[in-house]
Design a protein around this ligand. Structure first.
Ligand SMILES: [Zn+2]
Length: 253
């Protein structure tokens, strides 16, 4: 029961932060969009998020992590002080997610699912929730392997999951942040300007800036790109609603 209350409190905090970002991007937009496009994008993303959550709850998918953690191979995390567990765990998980994201762009089958996320034309805070259930289920398998192999402390894993949601909502948000502030932030984290490049309709531009929290992996692996895209979304792909996002991976276009 206590866990259920904690989850509820965390969800409320998450929803409040997301709402704050949405209010800020409506009040202080970086790019200007048609009002009806914005309304349809928010609705489609929230419907997809509700659908994905229903599947996860119905099949108790999150329990997979608790289950696989019992089979972890390495246990060196237990020997580290708490700050060491947090620092190393978050860095390790963020790098693994960088690799997973990069792979989603390079393997055709994975791109079929990931392109649902890239089909967004109005990049906004709720774009961080726009993922096909197929991609999410595959990512559960990948994260399980990371948990088993490295034995990252379970509380760090949960903390990382929460941080990812917040940082992803932040760097997708269409909030105007002065360039000098973004330049300072991008020394450490992925900024909205950086992530906008990742949503360019041009492949040459969108195969860049794969990071989720830290910008260091893209600098190290030469995928850092500052070009600002002319068009966001996928070329020759019309706007998607909830249903067309679900079927998009299975269309041969
Ligand atoms: Zn991507």
């Amino acid at each position: 029961m206590e866990v259920a209350i904690d989850k509820l409190a965390l969800s409320a905090v998450g929803a409040a932060l997301l709402l704050l970002l949405v209010v800020l991007e409506i009040q202080f937009p970086q790019r200007h969009y048609d009002r009806s496009l914005k309304g349809r994008a928010y609705l489609a993303n929230l419907l997809l998020f509700a659908f994905n959550n229903s599947i996860f709850l119905a099949f108790n998918i999150s329990a997979v992590y608790t289950l696989v953690y019992g089979y972890r191979l390495l246990t060196f995390f237990d020997a580290l002080p708490l700050w060491g567990q947090a620092l190393l765990g978050i860095l390790l998980l963020d790098f693994c997610i960088w690799i997973w994201h990069w792979t989603n762009h390079k393997v055709n089958l994975l791109w079929r699912f990931h392109k649902v996320h890239h089909s967004e034309q109005y990049l906004n805070a709720t774009s961080a929730l726009r993922f096909h259930i197929g991609e999410l289920l595959l990512s559960v398998a990948v994260k399980s392997v990371v948990l088993v192999v490295f034995g990252v402390s379970f509380w760090i894993f949960i903390l990382y999951e929460m941080l990812v949601t917040f940082f992803a909502a932040f760097h997708h948000a269409n909030i105007h942040i002065p360039p000098r502030i973004q330049r300072a932030l991008e020394k450490v984290i992925i900024t909205p300007d950086m992530h906008r490049t990742h949503h360019s309709s041009l492949r040459d531009e969108h195969d860049s800036n794969y990071g989720v929290i830290f910008s260091w992996w893209d600098r190290m692996l030469h995928t850092f790109d500052r070009r600002q895209p002319k068009h966001i979304g996928l070329a020759h792909t019309p706007e998607k609603n909830f249903w067309s996002m679900l079927t998009f991976p299975f269309q041969n276009k």
